[in-house]
Design a protein around this ligand. Structure first.
Ligand code: NAD
Length: 468
């Protein structure tokens, strides 16, 4: 084989791409990965997640949590003189965290003897890729597309990176605005709302649907709304943002609630209304790759409509979460290697949001379970009845479970409260092992732990909760 001939070439080094590349290399395939340089000398390995998404935002959210705890310190008998919060240092720390992790990915790429091209690639056919800067050509028996997605604009609300920003610019703001309007109350919207509010910015969220985090179980949305209100975060629901114009020193938006037109102005607007796939300029048509509503169409094994070409991660428009991309990447790699893979049940993928209170869910919401015709039993167990939650001063929220009435199959779990993003894994394992409410209810959970809420919620399904 000449140097630029590979068994597998992965286009894009984000969560889906690097997982796929490492797994094919582990399985003995000659692998290349193409990722364009982000200007720092390190290719943008790690993708949006490590560079401009999950990781730096979690670093900043930890700051926000600390700030709120410090504001509340009297309650703990701790007082400070002249306490101040330097947002720019929080940003610097989050950039350092990102850098450390992206360097770690570059190390893993080298260790697995994967050839890294720091360039922009596009398809010439289903087996050939050209590189933009170097002009090199790569031949590959298989190609995995993992080019991700980017924030989407709305008509009349073009992102300019100054007055109208995305999470990308928000993650390196040098100074904080006095007020910010956040358009969209999905994960990005509510996470940044919590962050900015902690640092004293006046936050107003505009959400087109009737709830914050509208994809979650309705009870979770209502609990978040109650807690956000108490934190001082404002929000307008059923509010469709229509238009914007720059005004002196800020932005003005027009929005509509139930046919009534309203205005709002703030120094900045953060767009968080979802993403669009990075498919433009990739040469997909040359390889006969079909799209579905702008995303690359795939089957259960991540195969596109073009033989030998696979796609993973946000570019597929499935459930757009980094850990889903990880799993998709491994399935693509193992399928290429001839291994048998189990298709993903996207509904059973955990979903986590990291504002405070945190939100975590898996499986069906109560509404979905009813729509699917299940005869269900439902429980809800509050953290107020969990000793550890009271001891650590974090007892808002609850764990809700939905199970099939006859079989006890756990159909969904929905949590809001302290550390629930860590606790959802237990329910994921139960669902993976096709367990029922009985197993989780019988399992002894250490005391005192927050996870006792999971056991008690499962017990509640059969009226067996001890602390209620
Ligand atoms: P999203 O799709 O989760 O939420 C967008 C929200 O914007 C929706 O609730 C929608 O109803 C609302 N909206 C759309 N048009 C509107 C309008 N004109 N006016 C007002 N509201 C409008 O998208 P996101 O929050 O931008 O996140 C992008 C992607 O990144 C998602 O796939 C998300 O799951 C992922 N993400 C995940 C996490 C996490 O898992 N913690 C964190 C950040 C981002």
């Amino acid at each position: 084989m000449s140097e630029n001939n590979f068994d597998v070439t992965v286009l894009g080094g984000g969560p889906g791409g690097y997982h796929a590349a490492i797994r094919t290399a582990q399985l003995g395939l000659k692998t290349a990965i193409i990722e364009k340089d982000d200007g720092s000398g390190i290719a943008g390995l790690g993708g949006v997640c490590l560079n401009w998404g999950c990781i730096p935002s979690k670093s900043l959210l930890k700051n926000a949590e600390l700030v709120n705890q410090i504001k509340d310190s009297e309650k703990w008998g701790i007082s400070f003189d002249n306490v101040s919060f330097d947002f720019s240092k929080a940003i610097t720390r989050s950039r350092d965290v990102s850098k450390q992790l992206t360097q770690g990915i570059e190390y893993l790429i080298k260790k697995n003897k994967i050839q890294l091209f720091k360039d922009e690639g596009f398809l010439e056919s289903s087996t050939e890729i050209s590189l933009k800067s170097s002009g090199e050509k790569i031949s590959s028996k298989n190609i995995i597309l993992a080019t991700g997605a980017r924030p989407r604009s709305l008509p009349n609300l073009e992102i300019d990176g100054k007055g109208i920003i995305t999470s990308r610019e928000a993650l390196e703001l040098k100074s904080l605005p006095k007020a910010i309007g956040i358009i969209g109350a999905g994960a990005i919207g509510v996470e940044f709302a919590y962050l900015f509010n902690a640092y004293g910015v006046e936050v107003t969220i505009f959400e087109a649907q009737d709830h914050l985090v509208p994809n979650e179980d309705e009870s979770i949305s209502q609990e978040l709304e109650k807690i956000f209100k108490a934190q001082g975060i404002k929000f307008e629901l059923n509010a469709r943002v229509l238009n914007t114009k720059g005004s002196d020193g800020g932005m003005e938006i027009e929005y509509e609630i139930n046919g009534e037109q309203k205005n709002y102005s703030a120094e900045k607007l953060l767009m968080a209304v979802g993403v669009q796939a990075n498919t433009d300029g990739l040469g997909l048509e040359k390889a006969g790759i079909e799209l579905d509503r702008g995303f690359v169409k795939i089957n259960d094994l991540m195969q596109t409509s073009s033989l030998g070409v696979f796609a993973v991660g946000d570019v597929t428009g499935k459930l757009m979460l980094a850990h889903v991309a990880f799993t998709q990447g491994v399935i693509a790699a193992e399928t290429i290697s001839g291994l048998e893979c189990t298709p993903i049940n996207y509904s059973d993928m955990p979903r986590c949001t990291y504002c405070q209170p945190q939100i975590a869910s898996i499986g069906l919401t109560e509404k979905q379970a009813k729509e699917e015709g299940y005869n269900i039993k439902v429980s809800q167990f509050p953290f107020m009845a969990v000793g550890k939650a009271i001891a650590v001063g974090d007892s808002e929220g609850f764990v809700k479970m939905i199970a099939d009435k006859e079989s006890g199959e756990l159909l969904g779990a929905h949590m809001i409260g302290p550390e629930v993003t860590e606790m959802i894994a237990e329910v994921g394992l139960l669902k993976y092992l096709e367990g029922t409410d009985i197993e989780i209810a019988e399992l002894t959970h250490a005391h005192p732990t927050l996870s006792e809420a999971v056991k008690e919620a499962a017990l509640s399904l059969n009226n067996g909760a001890i602390h209620m």
